[in-house]
Design a protein around this ligand. Structure first.
Ligand SMILES: Nc1ncnc2c1ncn2[C@@H]1O[C@H](COP(=O)(O)OP(=O)(O)OP(=O)(O)O)[C@@H](O)[C@H]1O
Length: 266
């Protein structure tokens, strides 16, 4: 039965994201974000970088609708689009439920939406196959490596066929080889689905390898100090990391990070 299931999940058109004059001040007075403008086209892969505490997670949370901004506007999709239910979030910690199998973890978002068991099971099997976990459906999280747990977390995000995928330092805790494998997987999933991806990372290399555009924020309150197109070939492989053009993009991002660290709060 498993062999008949496609390793590709069906395409989903990406959602555009528009952020205008965004400001966010927490109730305790911490100003996390100040006047951020960002227009992201449908299907873009955007890396977001910046010093610790500059407001990257807050920006993602506001875009996801998990946090209500104190100023400015945020819109996801056009007026005709379904909107927030098409958004999925992946965090650094895979957050799997230890008492559930891999399959039951991956199917959870559909279960919560009341999707019938047969339908959610086949969707979860396909999502797991798309992240290279066919055959691991009956395992439990404790039986998996860190990289495999992250694959389950990505499958659980993909099972709803999101049109916007928000990722907050998802691979930061993994070893370098696992991380690079997951980078390649993510590029493939992005190419296969057409979804929009916003990916927070501290790694200039990872941002350069993954994204079509890098946005660098200053230290808190976060503002954008660089919005940089990464015009590297669409098909990326490990060799690219040694390329001169790759180093040039990574250097531009690194310089902006340095500038952002030094930026004084006006
Ligand atoms: N609920 C909250 N209440 C008050 N302050 C908060 C809250 N959440 C975050 N902050 C503060 O807002 C600022 C931005 O936090 P945020 O988590 O968005 O930064 P970040 O850029 O994602 O950091 P890191 O790279 O360390 O993950 C930080 O100074 C943080 O301490």
């Amino acid at each position: 039965m498993l062999s008949r299931i496609s390793e590709k999940i069906p395409p989903s058109a990406g959602l555009p994201v528009r952020v205008a004059a965004l400001q966010h001040i927490f109730p305790n007075g911490v100003e996390a974000i100040r006047r951020v403008d960002l227009a992201i086209a449908a299907g873009e892969f955007v890396a977001i970088l910046g010093p610790s505490g500059c407001g990257k997670s807050t920006l993602l949370r506001v875009i996801a609708g998990l946090e209500r901004q104190t100023g400015g506007d945020v819109s996801v999709g056009s007026a005709d689009d379904a909107g927030r239910s098409d958004i999925a979030f992946v965090f650094q910690d895979a957050h799997l439920l230890p008492w559930r199998t891999v399959l039951a973890n991956a199917a959870l978002p559909l279960e919560l939406r009341g999707v019938p068991v047969e339908q959610r099971t086949s969707a979860a099997i396909a999502a797991l196959a798309s992240v290279g976990l066919a055959g691991f459906e009956d395992r439990y999280p404790a039986q998996l490596s860190g990289g495999m747990k992250m694959r389950v977390s990505i499958a659980r995000a993909l099972v709803t066929r999101p049109r916007l995928l928000l990722m907050d330092e998802p691979f930061a805790a993994l070893d370098e080889i696992t991380r690079q494998k997951l980078d390649d997987l993510l590029r493939k999933l992005w190419a296969d689905t057409g979804m929009t991806v916003l990916f927070v990372t501290h790694s200039t290399e990872e941002a350069t390898y993954l994204a079509s555009r890098a946005v660098v924020m200053s230290r808190r309150p976060g503002r954008i100090v660089l919005d940089h197109a990464i015009d590297l070939p669409a098909v990326r492989s490990a060799d690219l990391r040694g390329d001169v053009a790759f180093a040039r993009h990574a250097r531009a991002i690194y310089s902006a990070l340095e500038r952002g660290q030094m930026t004084e709060v006006a």
